[in-house]
Design a protein around this ligand. Structure first.
Ligand code: ASP
Length: 607
């Protein structure tokens, strides 16, 4: 086409044809004063209809924002009649001119303009939604979950999903730049009885046999290391059939990672880098080098393997100071320990009784609580004044570094149990005093976990992390003689008292792996039957390797100062493990069961 004029006409024709067939020229979130006088076409959902004098105003919403539409009774009476017949959540398409708004809305990016609507087309009607699609909805949890597709139209939920997407993108970018490859592993795998319960999937083609959905791709990522893939990651769904708590879901997402030819230090450095990058990009916070604490110290000072270190209140052990008088409760205890609560020395009797009640509640399950009030005049008042004199109490106060006006809370009993109980009380006091501040982040690496955990009920050891975690080399020799004392090369990343990630250096030596299975009470046949595939693979040159997995849903929640991971999952399950929207689970057609040779026994009453 030599003639430039003809070319221009052709281009104009092309553009017209495209815009005729296009649903929209812009989204509802992008128009502003710079677009005034342009003719635009928008599509979206009706958020609100308002009548004001001779005008109708509609807030039109899509994923990107809200734009105000204006209909003038005087100049376009038919359009107004059409608009009046519409309702909330109808899907419409409008064309009109962008004009300056009379009363501007500074709170939204499109607040300076509105659309003087010239044509209007209803693309779809809607029933009246069961709850208001507003930032703060009138719908309860259950109702919003049942209509989750409507809930997602609400800005806070939608923004959580957008945040999740962006976080995932950044993680993929960061890890890819570090040479990690994202490799998918199967969802239909074998059942591994260690750990949580598996979700099982019957195999029609192999009657009587079952797949399991992976609790994590642990063994598969180790096999990828044996394959020589060197650095693997996957943002991957994991499935665990556990009883649910507020922050648990039967399916959840991990950022699963594994590396070869590394030691624990390499992993901590690599993933500290990832965490720093995330905090900088998403919170504009420069994270200091992450403090490390051993598992033993975490338990000793916080009574938890995931301490919320945003505030102090570290435990102080008091056995030597309080076991010399006639107070039987302390004398018989394995551990007497306390916390100092700043500025609560003026607690009333009622407040103190409230704390005693709290520790006796099933949530804590303690027998009682001893308190010492540090009075302004330097004297002390305690709940055990009968047994201890002022000098005794002063010694405790000094050990706790308490000053006048502080409160000391003391618990006692079996060491581990007391630590956990005091840990719960510590968090409660942190909450009451507003010390667990939103927007403040304290990160910790908890290291040197015990390799094994004794279970009283079954009278055997279980792997604290999983059976492939390596003991610390200097503890390897105790695996048979004193298994409970062996520490592992295992680590957790904790943010504000929430376990965000965990991993370990793996056993890559088949002899050591055999010893580990033995410590876990597996016969050689059992180990072969369950983990033969991995042990066989170890015979073909397994490199030293290790890894970590982060809870992606939880990371989203923590970064958003939110308690529930559900808010970051598009279609979550409720506390009974149900999706009330689909719904799932449901009984299955007997024909389908027949095909699978599955015979369901009658379900006992009350189950
Ligand atoms: N697979 C482990 C888990 O799910 C994490 C790891 O060791 O990498 O906890």
């Amino acid at each position: 086409m030599r003639n430039p004029f003809l070319f221009f006409v052709f281009l104009q024709f092309l553009l017209n044809t495209i815009s005729d067939t296009m649903y929209r020229t812009h989204t509802c979130g992008e128009l502003n004063a710079a677009n005034i006088q342009q003719t635009v076409t928008l599509c979206g959902w009706i958020q609100k209809i308002r009548h004001l004098g001779g005008m109708i105003f509609i807030d039109l919403r899509d994923r990107y924002g809200i734009t105000q539409l204006a209909f003038n009774h005087e100049t376009r009476p038919e359009l107004c009649a059409q608009a009046e017949a519409m309702g909330r959540e109808w899907v419409i398409q409008v064309t009109g001119q962008v004009i300056e708004r009379y009363s501007k809305n500074k709170n939204i990016p499109t607040g300076d303009i509105e659309i003087d609507v010239e044509t209007l087309k209803v693309l779809n009607k809607s029933l009246v939604p069961p709850f208001t699609i507003e930032d703060v909805s009138d719908g309860g949890d259950e109702l919003r979950m049942k209509y989750r597709y409507l809930d997602i139209r609400r800005r806070p939920v939608k923004e959580n999903l957008i945040f999740r997407h962006k976080l995932g993108l950044e993680i993929r970018k960061y890890l890819s730049e570090q040479g990690f490859l994202e490799i998918e592993t199967p969802f239909l795998v074998n059942s591994t009885p260690e750990g949580a319960r598996d979700f099982l999937v019957p195999s029609r083609m192999n009657p009587g046999e079952f797949y399991a959905l992976p609790q994590s791709p642990q063994t598969l990522k180790q096999l990828l290391m044996i394959s020589g893939m060197d650095r693997y990651f996957q943002i991957v769904r994991c499935f665990r059939d556990e009883d649910l708590r507020a922050d648990r879901q039967p399916e959840f997402t991990q950022i699963d990672c594994e590396m070869s030819f590394i030691e624990q230090e390499d992993i901590l450095q690599m993933f500290e880098g990832l965490v720093k990058d995330i905090f900088k990009k998403f919170k504009n916070i420069d994270i200091e080098p992450i403090e490390r604490i051993t598992w033993a110290d975490a338990m000793k000072y916080y009574g938890s393997d995931k301490p919320d270190a945003r505030f102090g209140m570290r435990f102080v052990e008091l056995n030597d100071l309080l076991q010399h008088k006639d107070f039987k409760v302390f004398n018989e205890a394995e551990l007497v320990a306390g916390i100092k609560v700043d500025g609560c020395g003026n607690y009333s009797r009622k407040q103190l009784d409230g704390l005693v009640e709290f520790v006796k509640s099933p949530q804590v399950g303690a027998g009682g609580l001893v308190y010492i009030l540090c009075n302004a005049d330097g004297t002390f008042k305690s709940s055990v004044d009968k047994f201890y004199d002022q000098a005794d109490l002063k010694a405790v106060a000094e050990r706790c570094e308490a000053k006048a006006g502080d409160l000391i809370l003391i618990m006692s009993g079996k060491a581990m149990k007391t630590r956990k109980q005091l840990g719960t009380l510590r968090l409660e006091m942190g909450d009451r005093l507003g010390l667990r501040k939103a927007g403040e982040y304290k990160l910790l690496w908890v290291i040197d976990f015990p390799l094994l955990e004794w279970d009283e009920e079954t009278q055997r050891f279980y792997a604290m992390h999983h059976p492939f975690t390596a003991p610390k080399p200097e503890h390897e020799s105790m695996l048979e003689s004193d298994p409970g004392a062996v520490n592992a090369n295992a680590y957790d990343l904790v943010i504000n008292g929430s376990e965000i990630g965990g991993g370990s250096i793996r056993i890559h030596d088949q002899e050591l792996q055999k010893r580990m299975f033995k410590a876990l009470n597996f016969t050689e046949e059992q180990a072969q039957a369950q983990f033969g595939f991995l042990m066989n693979a170890f015979q073909y040159g397994a490199p030293p390797h290790g890894g970590i997995a982060f809870g992606f849903d939880r990371l989203c929640a923590v970064l958003s100062d939110c308690d529930s991971i559900r808010d970051f999952i598009a279609f979550p399950k409720n506390n009974a493990g149900r999706d009330t929207m689909l719904p799932a689970p449901t009984p299955i057609d007997p024909k389908q069961l027949e095909e699978l040779y599955i015979d369901i026994k009658p379900i006992p009453n009350g189950k």
